[in-house]
Design a protein around this ligand. Structure first.
Ligand code: AMP
Length: 304
């Protein structure tokens, strides 16, 4: 496995890959876990060359967020990626990605930029879209893999690929969870033993929301939201940021009970902010969704 720290070296490595080879990219912020590894495994199976990136992207953190204390363990991450069969790991510094003079950003507009996560983390998706666009330009993958765990991020990236005609196909993988339902996250490392028990409240709220959705109460998605809110407010150590029902393609709020629907939730458990979501589909299945499969056309275009 090659570890590459500069943009120039990554460009050189990429240009050495044969033209017919399929290249996959798994972007991460490191401190890897089973969620990341599920992306790596599919990427390994679907591509000739698999590239993972580890970059704690400063532009997606707000001024009072956890950039400095975000968990990091590069030796352990490299060991895990090598064992999973990754070919190249791109580990740039912040200066490499944002050199002096950097001024140009990619930024979503509309509900994606002002609602959901954006209402609580202004500018977050500007940082995400910018770094993902840069990674796509530098690595030039045919396919890129992301987790449904970050549902709004998936919508931002799907839209960016479509809006900018980027020749990248998206693979969106289901959320990997602990046995009690807690979505695995690098930030779970912040949870105290007590908060770790409480943290399942997000999953429980989503389950309550799903049941309300299936029960089809007369007042549309309001009953679903109520069920999620009530579940979280029963837990004194949890403080709800939002519980919403949204269209998984456009991210607009849904009032009527229509599928597919995205139940999104964010709450602080003690000092730790956690997010989770369920994708409810028209066939009654949930959560195991691949949101952006229709974007495969982009790859077909490129292969012609
Ligand atoms: P991060 O390192 O947190 O930026 O995550 C890198 C990628 O892994 C993103 O596409 C995430 O959505 C994905 N991911 C994070 N946690 C999970 C999980 N529990 N299950 C599946 N994918 C995940």
């Amino acid at each position: 496995m090659r570890v590459v720290a500069t943009v120039q070296e990554m460009l050189d490595t990429r240009s050495n890959v044969a033209g017919s080879s399929k290249v996959g990219l798994v972007p991460t912020m490191g401190y890897l876990h089973e969620g990341h590894l599920s992306l790596v495994r599919l990427g390994r199976a679907e591509n000739d060359v698999l590239i993972a990136s580890i970059f704690v992207n400063p532009t997606q953190f707000g001024p009072h967020e956890d950039l400095e204390r975000y968990p990091r363990d590069l030796p352990r991450d490299l060991h895990m990626l090598e064992a999973a069969g990754v070919d190249v790991v791109f580990t740039p510094s912040a200066d490499e990605i944002y050199p002096p003079g950097f001024v140009t950003y990619a930024e979503p507009t509309g509900p994606l930029a002002s609602e959901g996560e954006s209402a609580h983390r202004p500018g977050h998706f500007r940082g995400v879209a910018t770094v993902v666009l840069k990674l796509f330009q530098i690595v030039q993958p045919h396919r890129a893999y992301f987790g449904q765990k970050d549902a709004q991020q998936v919508v931002v990236i799907s839209r960016m690929i479509s809006d900018f005609n980027l020749p990248v196909a998206l693979g969106i993988l289901p959320t990997i969870r602990e046995a009690d339902g807690l979505a695995i996250s690098s930030r779970n490392a912040y949870l105290s033993a007590e908060d770790r028990k409480v943290a399942t409240v997000l999953y429980q709220a989503l389950q309550a929301g799903r049941r309300a959705f299936d029960a089809k109460a007369g007042d549309g998605t309001a009953a679903v939201v109520r069920a999620m809110v009530e579940t979280v407010t029963q837990e004194s150590r949890a403080q709800l940021d939002y519980a919403e029902v949204r269209d998984p393609q456009s991210f607009v709020l849904l009032e009527a009970l229509q599928a597919p629907a995205l139940l999104v939730i964010a709450a602080k458990v003690g000092p730790t902010r956690l997010i989770d979501n369920f994708l409810l589909r028209a066939d009654g299945s949930w959560e195991t969704g691949v949101l952006a499969s229709e974007l495969k056309w982009v790859e077909e275009e490129r292969d012609r």
